[in-house]
Design a protein around this ligand. Structure first.
Ligand code: ADP
Length: 248
């Protein structure tokens, strides 16, 4: 459900590393509530694009807006995160010795800059949000288990849950299904599809079957620019895309 225009707007963005353009005149618009998949061969600029959105990398040229009001090029990484931009890297980084529940609580506390002792001083609001997130990520039954015993897929869902604690508006997810079983991939597809609408989700993924199963709209990056954009059927039958990527 599209609300009020784009959540993310990148116009004519270029990033040069010593003269090499990792991002070259990139134009990308993500609508509010959209689930977008970004694909492209190695070196296409996918990671650099995510780094620009979170403020880790500064463009050499161009503009990047979050909603209509926030010029991301005038904000640093913590400021961008506090707008509600959450990033999930490929490898899960949960606290293995802590319970699933405590991982979620800590994610909330870290965001607020407070570190309550893990059992004390929890407000009803945080408790409610933890319950809600546990249900979204399907880990309610495992909430008091140490995160270390979770499967790889469950750890990925927990980390997504840790980002959800902060009620992000835009989630950036890097190769979520790498290393997952078929069943975990199906569950992850359901999870990401269910998150869209409530927040915008941008997924970088190499597994084309997975992309096909979740994406309404796919953006193909190549040499730092958008090569093609549309449904999976549209882009995968585009001769330019076949040539540089799917046919390789
Ligand atoms: P992808 O994630 O699609 O594989 P990247 O964004 O990681 O692509 O990289 C795009 C291009 O930019 C690659 O050719 C890479 O070698 C180059 N690159 C990325 N980061 C740097 C950097 N810090 N310095 C120099 N070159 C870089």
């Amino acid at each position: 459900d599209v609300r009020h225009g784009p959540i993310l707007y990148m116009e004519d963005v270029t990033v040069s590393f010593d003269g090499f353009k990792a991002i070259n005149n990139l134009n990308l618009t993500i609508d509010d509530g959209e689930l977008r998949c970004i694909i492209g061969p190695n070196g296409a600029g996918k990671t650099t694009m995510m780094d620009i959105i979170t403020g880790k990398t500064r463009p050499t040229e161009g503009s990047v807006w979050f909603g209509s009001r926030h010029n991301l090029l005038q904000m640093n990484e913590p400021e961008i995160a506090s707008l509600g931009v959450g990033r999930k890297f490929q490898k899960p980084t949960v606290f293995e010795a802590l319970s699933v529940f405590d991982n979620l609580e800590l994610a909330m506390a870290a965001n607020k800059g407070i570190f309550p002792t893990l059992t004390a001083r929890m407000t009803g609001e945080i408790q409610d949000r933890i319950d809600e997130v546990l249900s979204i990520i399907g880990l309610t039954a495992l909430r008091f288990q140490p995160a270390g015993i979770l499967s790889h897929g469950q750890k990925q869902w927990l980390e997504i849950g840790m980002l959800l604690m902060q009620r992000p508006r835009l989630l950036l997810v890097d190769e979520p299904v790498a290393g997952m079983t078929e069943q975990e991939m199906e569950r992850t597809a359901e999870l990401l599809v269910s998150l869209a609408g409530k927040q915008s989700v941008v997924v970088v993924e190499h597994d084309m079957g997975f992309v096909r199963s979740i994406a309404r709209k796919v953006t193909v990056l190549h040499q730092g620019s958008v090569l093609a954009e549309g449904s999976m059927d549209q882009v995968s039958s585009d001769p330019k895309v076949v040539e540089v990527y799917l046919g390789a």
